[in-house]
Design a protein around this ligand. Structure first.
Ligand code: UTP
Length: 224
């Protein structure tokens, strides 16, 4: 299978980054590649992105410059993750889909960060999945799927097992487009997933759950 993984920056790089944790992501991705899957990874900017975006706002930056700072942070995270991929790693972080596909065709694992202002790495991952005709897009977040309300705030939040493409678009449409915003999935990503009909799963972005996807087991929300 051809799979694109979309990992939130805070999943790979929490407030206190842990090199062992980053390595464990790399180990899992190498295993999935060795199972015969073609994979590409897109990583978010996490705390680094938000810190720089907040500082820039204090300096009266417009949103576009805030986004560009966010993109730099995503690319730093991408390069760190790429270091853990051994012979599958590639030291150049692609800035567009064609470069990423070229790296994939070399038998390596391309790891991308952001591309342009105005969206998040969710949209990059969806765009890459469409461009390379991926069979599956895997969104790894801090929670184990899509809920009807934020499960970190509401105890009675219910997990949604299945969503249609149009339901995903509906759910994402009110998300803020401001730099550094966080939502289940960004609205542009949802629209790309809908138009390209990319089977998408939202799972907890932990190494063991990522490995489960490689084995065909999905514990999360399925969008199709
Ligand atoms: P993300 O929002 O994708 O990273 O990028 P994150 O915060 O780690 O993701 P989640 O919330 O955990 O899923 C950080 C910021 O970088 C800018 C945006 O401002 C975004 O909020 N960015 C990122 C872009 O402008 N363009 C891109 O292609 C990617």
């Amino acid at each position: 299978m051809k799979i694109v993984f979309d990992l939130g920056g805070s999943v790979v790089m929490p407030s206190t980054p842990n090199p062992e944790k980053i390595k464990s992501f790399g180990e899992v991705f190498k295993k999935i590649k060795d199972m015969g899957h073609d994979i590409a990874i897109v990583v978010g900017g996490g705390k680094t992105a938000r810190d720089y975006i907040n500082l820039a706002r204090e300096l009266n930056s417009n949103e576009s410059i805030c986004d560009i700072l966010g993109i730099y942070a995503t690319r730093m995270n991408a390069l760190l993750l790429s270091l853990t991929l051994g012979e599958y790693g590639y030291k150049n972080i692609p800035s567009n889909f064609a470069e990423a596909e070229l790296i994939l065709n070399l038998g390596k694992i391309p790891v991308m960060g952001g591309t342009h202002p105005g969206h998040t790495t969710d949209a990059v991952a969806a765009g890459l999945a469409e461009y390379i005709d991926a069979d599956l897009l895997v969104v790894g977040t801090n929670v184990d799927g899509v809920y009807d309300k934020d499960p970190r705030k509401y105890k009675d939040a219910k997990k949604i097992e299945k969503l249609s493409f149009s339901e995903l678009v509906e759910l994402s449409i009110n998300a803020s487009l401001k730099a550094g915003s966080s939502s289940v999935i960004d609205p542009l990503a949802a629209k790309i997933i809908e138009r390209a009909k990319i089977k998408t799963v939202v799972i907890k972005g932990e190494p063991e759950e990522i490995l489960n996807v490689g084995k065909g087991k999905i514990n999360g929300t399925i969008i199709e």
